[in-house]
Design a protein around this ligand. Structure first.
Ligand code: GDP
Ligand code: MG
Length: 452
């Protein structure tokens, strides 16, 4: 019931709405998580759940945490033996810990809450190193949040997750589709200004329907959900134009759309029936069997090591330190009173991606200068070295996958060239000593170019 007593992690309210709906951001925990030495160079998988208040999101996530701790080591538990992953649900009577659930009728936090422990995994087949982050959204779509706050939080959740679970109760309601409008708008901009086919903008979206009451029409689970979702997303003449458009474009916005139908968890879980004459503590002995069976299948489907989905911007995986830059950047964009337009956010994403790329290429220049400095013994060698390294950096820029249009590319290539030329001038009289000065700088910025 409380998040304080979990042995390995706690929840951090990294973004929230304060007085007058002003967005606040907590920068320190974000740095601690994504710039952690074990995380900053790993590819990010970002798992998030979003939806209305008091619909079992945190309860569900706490079982996800159980699964994760039974399958993966983490930054706070690096030597986790994960000896018995098949029994990940744990003991029958184990009270549920993690994200705070059933917090009473008051909302304690709103916004985005991240689990501050990050899970680590290496893909056997490819050797890729992964860092998996889990996030929850609190107290949304209720009568206390404005539609603006809801739209903001939903857009943010979509931008920063690679597996997003949209938690809904009973059925999908027509007006809930409006929260996907941002994603489809954003994807349209990306498609119209993209230079090549870089895949879809967002990764996986799962509609998770709780308390499913129509198993005769569509069976519980993922297959029944697939049929239900296909039926719901069919375009019909009587639908509102903007929601018709969401239906038409949603397939172009996400790599994978899915749906899962979960049965009602039973009267103990919902608090109608007493649990051993005590307050229900979340343990799985209190769940109805059919709910428990479906929950086990669903969580394994979402978080199985074989199925993890990387977070991508413009078709490129992002590492911890890059993800940190995107998250901070997006959070700040959403601090304005207005809801930023999809176009504005798209432009900001292009700029961010280009800036990260320019930094990588600039560091590549410094690195090659540094590596080749021993061969220097006269002035003309220095010029040749500079030209060679500069061309290599520009080639790296040209060959990278990029978002945006040609004018973005021209602008940022110019920035890269200017940076390089400026540094070259700073070598002063271009002596071998000044090259050594660059060598010092390379050491300082090595972080960004490691593990390329
Ligand atoms: P959140 O606000 O969406 O994070 O909801 P919580 O996880 O805090 O859960 C709110 C209440 O719903 C708790 O009393 C849970 O026991 C209960 N609950 C958990 N799962 C379900 C479910 O699938 N259906 C229903 N009706 N209640 C659930
Ligand atoms: Mg919650």
């Amino acid at each position: 019931m409380s998040s304080h007593n979990h042995p390995y992690g706690k929840s951090e309210n990294v973004l929230g709405f304060g007085e007058d709906s002003k967005v606040f951001i907590k920068e320190e925990p974000l740095k601690d998580m994504f710039l952690h030495p074990d995380v900053k160079h790993r590819k990010i998988v970002a798992f998030s759940i979003i939806g209305a208040y008091r619909k079992g999101k945190s309860f569900f996530l706490d079982y996800c945490l159980r699964y994760l701790y039974a399958h993966y080591p983490s930054i706070n538990y690096p030597n986790n033996p994960v000896s018995n992953p098949t029994n990940w649900m744990g003991e029958e009577d184990e009270p549920l810990k993690g994200f705070s659930w059933r917090s009473g009728s008051d909302r304690d936090t709103t916004g985005i809450v991240m689990w501050n422990d990050i899970f680590l995994h290496t893909v056997e087949r490819t050797g890729e190193k992964i860092a998996l982050v889990v996030m929850d959204t609190q107290g949304l779509f209720d009568n206390q949040s404005s539609p603006m706050d809801n739209s903001k939080i939903f857009a943010l959740g979509t931008l920063i997750s690679s597996i997003q679970v949209l938690n809904l109760s009973g059925v999908i309601q027509e007006d809930q589709l409006q929260y996907l409008q941002f994603a489809t708008e954003f994807a349209k901009f990306a498609a119209s200004s993209s230079q090549g086919s870089n895949g879809k903008c967002f990764q996986n979206l799962m509609f998770l329907i709780r308390d499913w009451e129509n198993p005769d029409d569509f069976a519980c689970g993922i297959d029944g959900g697939k049929n239900y979702l296909e039926n719901f997303l069919e375009v019909r003449s009587e639908q509102k134009p903007e929601l018709k458009s969401v239906r038409e474009f949603i397939h172009n916005s996400f790599d994978e759309l899915s749906c899962s139908l979960l049965p009602h968890p039973g009267k103990i879980v919902t608090g109608v029936k007493k649990y051993k004459n005590l307050m229900y503590d979340g343990s799985h002995s209190g769940m109805d069997e059919d709910f428990k069976d479906e929950l086990i299948i669903l969580i394994d489907h979402l978080l199985n090591p074989e199925r993890l989905v990387f977070k991508k911007y413009n078709g490129c995986n992002v590492k911890g330190f890059e993800y940190h830059e995107y998250v901070e950047h997006y959070f700040k964009l959403f601090q304005s009173d207005e809801l930023p337009q999809a176009q504005t956010i798209f432009d900001a994403t292009v700029e961010k991606q280009m800036t990260i790329l320019v930094n990588l290429c600039f560091n590549n220049y410094k690195e090659t200068v540094y590596k080749n400095r021993d061969a220097l013994n006269n002035q003309s060698n220095i010029v040749i070295l500079h030209d060679g390294c500069k061309n290599k950096a520009l080639l790296m820029f040209n060959e990278a996958k990029k978002m945006g249009n040609n004018s973005h590319e021209v602008k940022f290539k110019k920035i890269l060239e200017t940076e390089i030329d400026k540094l070259y001038e700073e070598w002063g009289n271009q002596t071998i000593e000044s090259i050594n000065k660059i060598a010092d700088e390379v050491e300082k910025t090595r972080v960004a170019i490691e593990e390329k």
